[in-house]
Write a protein that binds this ligand. Structure first.
Ligand code: SF4
Length: 89
């Protein structure tokens, strides 16, 4: 479940610029290819799904920095129900 009230284009623009900053050191885990972050704020044109339900990025080797680093910080993390990453307190 995506945090709908925070899933805005303004948040996307902010993530695009802050993607130049490092990933938070308290981030743990790994991507499980759920595809939830590829829907922020709406479905990415390059988002595809495999028969097993896992997501696939059509331009994965060329994907932008904000996609590569998502979720960069806990504050920018909008997909915690589905995401394989976690943040230590
Ligand atoms: S929400 Fe998390 S687990 Fe899902 S595709 Fe994005 S980074 Fe990967």
């Amino acid at each position: 479940m995506i945090k709908r009230n925070k899933n805005t284009w303004l948040a996307k623009v902010k993530r695009t610029f802050t993607a130049m900053l490092p990933v938070a050191k308290n981030r743990m885990g790994q991507c499980v290819n759920c595809g939830a972050c590829c829907r922020l704020p709406n479905n990415c044109l390059f988002l595809k799904f495999k028969p097993d339900g896992k997501s696939s990025c059509f331009i994965h080797p060329l994907r932008p920095l904000n996609c590569r680093k998502y979720p960069r910080t806990k504050a920018e993390w909008l997909t915690e129900d589905a995401c394989g990453f976690k943040f230590k307190n």
